[in-house]
Structure formats: structure tokens, C-alpha cells
Ligand binder design. Structure first.
Ligand code: SF4
Length: 63
């Protein structure tokens, strides 16, 4: 599983890095960014929780 943030949709609410800091961080531009590689299995549940918590559905989880 990998995570992608649509930077045009993200409103910089900082929820995803709070829910799953292993995968998401805020950039200097104030939007979220996901790690490039595969999400470690032990944090996949938290990554899904972060995606569900995003108020603008900017996070996409895929292969
Ligand atoms: S939860 Fe959504 S809107 Fe908030 S920082 Fe993360 S991607 Fe952006």
C-alpha cells in the first residue's frame, strides 16, 4: 500500500500527520506529503484512519 496526497486539494489542516506521523508530514508550503515508498504493514491501519479523517478527501491509498 502507498499513500498519495492531492496537494491541490489539501487545505493544510495538519490532521493526517497527527493521526499517522509515520506516513504523513507537513511541507514548508503548509500542505501534507506522504512518504514515497510503501507503507509499513504495522502502520497501514493508521494511514487508513488518516485518510478517513481528511476533511477534503485529499488522501488516496493505492498499490
Ligand atoms: S488531513 Fe487532508 S487536508 Fe488535512 S493536512 Fe492531511 S491531506 Fe491536507
Amino acid at each position: 500500500m502507498k499513500a498519495y496526497v492531492d496537494d491541490a486539494t489539501c487545505i493544510g489542516c495538519e490532521t493526517c500527520p497527527k493521526v499517522c506521523p509515520e506516513v504523513f508530514h507537513m511541507t514548508d508550503e503548509g500542505i501534507a506529503h506522504a512518504i514515497d515508498g510503501k507503507i509499513p504493514e504495522d502502520v497501514q491501519g493508521k494511514a487508513e484512519q488518516a485518510a478517513e479523517s481528511c476533511p477534503v478527501e485529499a488522501i488516496d491509498l493505492g498499490d
